[in-house]
Design a protein around this ligand. Structure first.
Ligand SMILES: Nc1nc2c(c(=O)[nH]1)N[C@H]1C(S)=C(S)[C@@H](COP(=O)(O)O)O[C@H]1N2
Ligand SMILES: [Mo]
Length: 499
């Protein structure tokens, strides 16, 4: 047993030293170059979309910590195995770290916006692990000849030294990372957003609670394994491509252009019928269309490609951005600077288009391009190039399988068809005739509409079903279709029992 456990432990110790060193170096190079995170991001990228959806569905927001945990576990098993193998075949002590280092470096280099130095942390970690293994004997190491090897005492002292060095490097990495985060926190705390030159119209009287979703409750969907923490003071936006006058803007210059304030509902194409990936906030931002026009968009361009700091690409039809809707570079959300999770310091926002095709968070680059020349991240994975939001409606009250008392009950929910607006919502009980629900007032076609329906609930099991009609008069389609490739359709149905 000891002949297995001791070399396995040494393998783990070398791996811990290598990964910790790589973490420390990554704080200098850039956080996405840390090997475990880089491998995680590469796994996310390479995972077929249905598997990704399954993971999100099954594990919710825990999908990413879980992925990191699994990668850590696999690495630990490989390291322990290498330690055991290396006891008999010393060459494994060199090969193991180098192979793992190359995997980590390759993962870092396949990040969309990778630069050569991104390979350094993983490679340096691997080289150091191999050197340690070669020159710093730990317990469990093969002895060249009986009796000539270092004493047990030396071996243990070596192990303790490597462990202490690892702890030191780990502490250093944690402190540096914290300093970086504090920098971003400080920058966000220092942001003073000017008052809008064009404020949002006041909410019409009669809007119910829950119209705006609090920032902490707002759904979050992105591929970022670690939330990017950019500082506003060093943020820059590059607007280039098929334009006559490319520009670069910093945060102050962006704010100087004047802000509009709008209530806009954002929704995710991966939302299931009745699902939670939709929310409304009061956004503050710089209108995008005038900025684009000033740069002189060239004839033939039909796509605006947004790139984020961590390498996401999101393509939006130029015609959509320029058609007069309130497409913006948003800097504020519900009265505060954007939260880091929602794109601080700047995100794009395109009302009427699913998030993956119009609302790039942590945006640092806008490229005027063509659909023929470039496929954005999700388009390469089979999702639709253009993604106008489909008309949808949801029953929020009663909850599925609720038990209700017989008598009067107010059925309530939301419906959305951003930029077309909602003209009507109807409710059907037990497949009976459609009855018109009451729509609470709204100020814009870009937001969801709250609705309610007074139901006299008779005892028994019942199903409630909702459908909406959008501003063009089109009824929400009944056919149940999954989110892939351009958004789910179908009527939300809720079963309840009344006693
Ligand atoms: N940089 C970046 N922006 C992104 C994404 C992403 O993964 N990375 N996801 C998009 C998707 S799929 C959606 S639905 C919205 C969600 O925005 P929220 O997280 O602020 O609700 O952001 C979009 N912008
Ligand atoms: Mo999304």
């Amino acid at each position: 047993m000891r002949r297995i456990l001791v070399p396995a432990g040494s393998g783990l110790l070398f791996a811990a030293a290598a990964v910790t060193l790589a973490e420390l170096l990554a704080t200098a190079v850039r956080p996405q170059a840390a090997p475990i995170v880089a491998v995680g991001a590469a796994v996310i990228d390479g995972t077929p979309t249905p598997v990704k959806e399954f993971a999100v569905r099954t594990f919710g927001t825990y999908d990413k910590p879980l992925l990191i945990g699994v990668i850590g576990l696999v690495l630990a098993l490989l390291a322990a195995g290498t330690g055991i193998l290396a006891r008999r075949r010393p060459v494994f002590g060199l090969l193991g770290p180098l192979v793992l280092g190359v995997v980590g470096a390759a993962a870092a280099l396949t990040r969309p916006d990778a630069r050569p130095p991104d390979a350094l942390p993983a490679l340096a970690g691997a080289v150091v692990a191999a050197l340690l293994w070669r020159f710093v004997p730990l317990p469990g190491r093969p002895e060249p000849q009986r009796g000539t090897g270092p004493t047990r005492r030396t071996l243990i002292r070596n192990a303790v030294t490597v462990l202490a060095g690892t702890a030191l490097a780990g502490t250093g990495a944690a402190l540096l990372r914290r300093a970086g985060a504090q920098d971003a926190d400080r920058s966000r705390a220092a942001v003073r957003l000017p008052a809008p030159v064009s404020p949002a119209p006041p909410l019409p009287p009669g809007t119910a609670a829950g119209f705006h979703i609090r920032n902490t409750d707002f759904y979050r969907v992105d591929t970022a394994l670690t939330v990017p923490r950019l500082a506003a003071d060093s943020w820059q936006l590059r607007l280039h491509g098929l334009v006559d006058r490319p520009v670069e803007l910093d945060f102050a210059a962006l704010l100087d252009r004047g802000l509009i304030e709008r209530d806009i509902t954002l929704s995710c194409v991966s939302g299931e019928v009745g699902g939670p990936y939709v929310g409304t906030a009061r956004w503050l931002g710089v209108p995008l269309a005038p900025l684009l026009r000033q740069t002189g968009v060239r004839a033939g361009a039909d796509q605006l490609v947004a790139r984020s700091d961590e390498g996401m690409t999101i393509g939006t039809p130029l015609a959509t951005v320029l058609d007069g809707r309130d497409a913006m570079l948003a800097v504020g959300m519900n009265g505060e600077p954007l939260p880091f999770t929602h794109g601080f310091p700047v995100r794009m926002l395109t009302p009427g288009v699913y998030g993956y095709a119009g609302s790039c968070k942590w945006v640092v680059e806008l490229e005027v391009s063509t659909f023929a020349a470039f496929d954005a991240y999700w388009v390469r994975r089979g999702w639709a190039r253009e993604a106008p939001v489909k008309t949808a409606s949801r029953i929020d009250r009663p909850a599925p399988f609720a038990r209700l008392d017989a008598g009067r009950f107010t059925v309530a929910g939301v419906a959305w068809a951003q930029h077309r607006g909602i003209a009507a919502v109807e409710v059907s009980v037990d497949g009976g005739p459609w009855r018109t629900a009451e729509l609470l007032p709204t100020a814009s076609t870009d937001t969801w509409v709250q609705w309610r329906y007074a139901w006299s609930a008779p005892p028994g099991g019942h199903s409630l079903r909702v459908r909406a009609t959008d501003g063009t008069g089109a009824i929400q389609p009944q056919e149940r279709r999954p989110p892939f490739p351009d958004g789910a359709t179908g009527w939300h149905t809720v079963s309840v029992s009344v006693t």
